[in-house]
Structure formats: structure tokens, C-alpha cells
Design a protein around this ligand. Structure first.
Ligand SMILES: [Ca+2]
Ligand SMILES: [Ca+2]
Length: 419
């Protein structure tokens, strides 16, 4: 029997001579490079006696439900990359297509595979020997898309032999919390994937044998720390895929915590004061001092120094401290600047009351809101002082005092007290 099969217009026309009616594949699926997230279509066509049935396979394993002549993969992921083929069969026999390989161009960047582009990654391998290990650049960790936790990409240990180790490492600055996912396929009890912080003799954790993905959380103390993931083999026997994998490494620095808040201070004009904040938290820490709720330009250190104080430096101070995990603002510290007052000679008003002015001794101008901080006091003997209510008003940067009771006294002294 001779049959002629003609493909659709999107394919080259092709002709197949069929001997016995069993499937004869006329169009094979084609290998493709595919970006993540794309939709992919693999085709197989065959001539032969109908009805014809199809079963697609990935790496030789049947794909559930993939029983059409076209295999459509929507939203291509790392786990979808690999070697595909189709089995075509009918009542008279079966045929297997050529293999089509779907490849996601691998970003060889370990940081991207590890979802940790904020960290600097390095890898090396070594042969364990008495004395110093022999370090090489073969067998280093690499990015791949076949074994991943995030269905995207993960780091895999390099190909190493017995008595060798493949090391993946980075550095973080604590305090903070590290989390990552890992798995291993190795000789149980002898070949390990281990994780170390600084100390290369005492692992924080280790896995061996055939594991699923596991998440590990490790608190990281203050300062700079070397983190290492090591796939390490003993002197004989390799089983499984003989590798370790790491994915989704996240380091979250602790947000800043203020241990020492700036303190309120009262200081005479012309003096200098310092506000200090004490902070713990992961570097980099940044500082921004505020006065009355407004950022002070250039005030970006743990200590705020105010030199040669004037009345205008008085106010409410606080500092905001930030790191990559957040910000915290200190409690308020109030700076009070005391400026001696210089009183003018009193004048006698037509009604007999005494009128005089008072101003900052340094000739600075007062503001209306300053008035409330002053009390006018009077005495006849410079020993006992009494407040004079309602005698103070603001005028042109100075205080004006009018004492209507002055006529009652032969001698009267005045002073201004600033709170
Ligand atoms: Ca990843
Ligand atoms: Ca072994």
C-alpha cells in the first residue's frame, strides 16, 4: 500500500511512502531556544493507518495528558527545558520521533540564579590533601535551570571527584537573618552538602542522600561574615546525581535599633552642644538629623555638633537612622539656649509707670514666640523677687516692660528670667 501525506501550508510539503500502514513520521519536532515565559509548540506528523495516537515524552518519561500531535507548553519554565520526543502509534505499530531539545539560554550569573544579585558570589573547588587543600577553578558551582526551587534557575555544585569539594561563597554584613533553599543527591552519610558561617571546621547544617528542597534559616550576628556552601565527597563511591543545589538566598539585615537617644540640654548662648545617638543594626547605617521636624542639610553623622549657639539654634532635635531594612526615628531632644538680657534705662511715663526695654545681650532679635518664655520679676531688696504679671509685650525684636505699680515704691529693681 502506498499513501501520500501532505502537510499544512506552514510546513514544507512532504511525501512519504508507507509500507505496511504502521506510523511513519513525516515531520519531526525541532529543537528550539526558548525564553522563560514563552509559549512553545512542538509538532509531530506521521503517515499511516488512522486512527493515529500520540504520546509525548520528556527525558523518556511520558508527559501526562500530552497526547496530541502538537505539544503546547505555555509559560516556559526551567523545569520544561530538556529533551522531548513523541511516540506515534496506531493499530499496526508505533514510531518514535527524533529528539527535540528545548533550551532556555542560561544566565550563567550565579547571583541571578540564586536570586541574590545584591551579594557578590564566588566559587572554587579543591582536592582534600594532607596539609593545604589544592585549589582549582574546575568543578565550580554554576547556574542551571533543570533543578530549581523557584522553577527558574538555581546554583549547582561543580563536577568533582572523590576527596574533592566544590565551594560556593559570599559575604554578608550582619546582624540579620539569612534564608536559603537547598537540596542534595549524594551518597548518603558520606557525601554532603554543608553550610558554614566563617568557621570552616564546624558546619551550621548539612544534608546528604536524596533530599527534597529544604529551607534553612540562620541568624547572622553583627559584622562581616563569610558564608560557604560546600559539596564535599569522601574517598569512594558516588550515587544519585552527585551534586548539591542552592536557590533563593535572601539576607535581610536587621533594621536599626536606637539604644541611646539624644538628650535635652539647656546651654548659654555662645556655647557648643552635641547631640548623640547610639544605634545597633546592620551596615550601612545612614543618619539624618531634624530640627523642628525639618531635615538639617549635611547633618548625617551619629553626632550633631552645634557650635557658638544663638537663640535661633533652640528647638526640638531628633535623628532618623536608616539601613536597607528600614528606618527609625529617635525621641525628641529639646535645646534651650539662654541669652542674657540687657535692660534699658527706665523712662517714666506720664501716668508715673516705668517703661523700659530688654533685648538679647548679643544684639540678636527676639521673635514673638520667645516672649512666653520670659518672666519679669521685681524686688525692693534684691533678695525677695516677685513676678509681675502682664507687663511684657513684644516690640521690634525686643521686649517692652511697663510697670504700672512703680509709683508705689521708693526703690524697685527688675530682672528678666528666661525659662
Ligand atoms: Ca533561582
Ligand atoms: Ca562518596
Amino acid at each position: 500500500m502506498v499513501a501520500i501525506a501532505v502537510g499544512g501550508s506552514e510546513y514544507a510539503f512532504c511525501v512519504a511512502a508507507i509500507g505496511n500502514g504502521a506510523p511513519a513520521i513525516t515531520i519531526h519536532p525541532a529543537s528550539q531556544f526558548v525564553s522563560k515565559g514563552q509559549t512553545v509548540r512542538l509538532h509531530v506528523r506521521a503517515a499511516g493507518v488512522q486512527p493515529m495516537f500520540y504520546q509525548w515524552q520528556l527525558e523518556g518519561v511520558n508527559i501526562a495528558g500530552a497526547t496530541n500531535a502538537d505539544l503546547v507548553i505555555t509559560n516556559m519554565r526551567g523545569k520544561d527545558a530538556g529533551n522531548y520526543r513523541a511516540i506515534v502509534f496506531n493499530a499496526l505499530g508505533a514510531a518514535t520521533s527524533r529528539v527535540a531539545t528545548l533550551t532556555i539560554p542560561v544566565n550563567t550569573n550565579l547571583a541571578v540564579a540564586l536570586n541574590a544579585t545584591n551579594l557578590v558570589w564566588d566559587s572554587w573547588s579543591a582536592t582534600n590533601r594532607a596539609g593545604a587543600p589544592q585549589i582549582t577553578t574546575a568543578g565550580v558551582w554554576f547556574a542551571q535551570t533543570y533543578v530549581t526551587h523557584d522553577d527558574d534557575a538555581a546554583a549547582q555544585s561543580g563536577a568533582i571527584g572523590h576527596n574533592q569539594q566544590s565551594v560556593l561563597q559570599t559575604t554578608v554584613t550582619g546582624p540579620g537573618t539569612l534564608t536559603f533553599w537547598w537540596r542534595v543527591s549524594s551518597e548518603l552519610g558520606y557525601d554532603f552538602l554543608r553550610f558554614y558561617v566563617d568557621n570552616f571546621t564546624q558546619p551550621v547544617a548539612g544534608i546528604s542522600g536524596e533530599t527534597d528542597w529544604q529551607q534553612v534559616t540562620v541568624p547572622i550576628t553583627e559584622g562581616s561574615h563569610l558564608l560557604r556552601w560546600v559539596y564535599m565527597k569522601d574517598g569512594s563511591i558516588s550515587t544519585g546525581q552527585d551534586a548539591g543545589w542552592v536557590d533563593e538566598v535572601v539576607f535581610v539585615p536587621n533594621p536599626p535599633v536606637i539604644g541611646q537617644h539624644p538628650s535635652s540640654v539647656v546651654a548659654p548662648a555662645g556655647n557648643s552642644v552635641s547631640f548623640v545617638v547610639g544605634v545597633t543594626g546592620a551596615q550601612p547605617l545612614t543618619y539624618q538629623w531634624l530640627k523642628n521636624g525639618t531635615n538639617l542639610p549635611g547633618a548625617n553623622s551619629p553626632v550633631l555638633e552645634l557650635l557658638n549657639l544663638t537663640r535661633r539654634d533652640a528647638g526640638t532635635y531628633a535623628v532618623m537612622v536608616c539601613n536597607p531594612s528600614g528606618c527609625v526615628t529617635s525621641s525628641n531632644a529639646v535645646l534651650t539656649v539662654l541669652v542674657p538680657q540687657r535692660l534699658s534705662a527706665p523712662a517714666v511715663a506720664p501716668d508715673g509707670s516705668f517703661v523700659f526695654t530688654s533685648g538679647d545681650a548679643h544684639s540678636g532679635l527676639l521673635l514673638p514666640e520667645d516672649v512666653a518664655r520670659f518672666d519679669v520679676q521685681a524686688s525692693t531688696d534684691l533678695i525677695d523677687w516677685a513676678n509681675l504679671p502682664g507687663v511684657l509685650e513684644y516690640t521690634n525684636g525686643m521686649l517692652r516692660i511697663r510697670d504700672p505699680w512703680a509709683t508705689n515704691y521708693a526703690v524697685r529693681f527688675y530682672r528678666l528670667v528666661e525659662r
